[in-house]
Ligand binder design. Sequence first.
Ligand SMILES: [Fe+2]
Length: 139
Amino acid sequence: MYRLFPLFPEAVLAPPAFVSELMGLSVYQHLDGVLDDILDDEPEARERVRTLLREVMTDELAHVGQRRNFLGPLGLRAAHATVESMYRAFFRDIPETKLLFNVEQMVQDGRRSTTAAFASLDASLRAPTMYTWLSSTGA
Ligand SMILES: [Fe+2]
């Protein structure tokens, strides 16, 4: 799937790129959640992996925010409409996913994220803009 990305213009690429970053963050969050079970008998390794994982998650969160900034109302709508199918297709290709993670929960997390992105877009559209502020001051 990823090798097809460079073939499309940014407007088409932005929604799946945003969802891809969300998927990465979901994987790391859920990996963090099962780390105690997986490395139950290796406390030093568990803490080292957790420390590294948190650094990666911080980076990934920045990617999600960056990609969110490339989306307007149409892009967000496209991301929201495709998030579930992209998550399911991605995780279906990784057989270990079913053994390690709750895929349904991951899909719900992805849907909740795009819903939250919609809410923030709505809020930003309702917020007074610089133009309306300048107009109200008579400038
Ligand atoms: Fe990323």
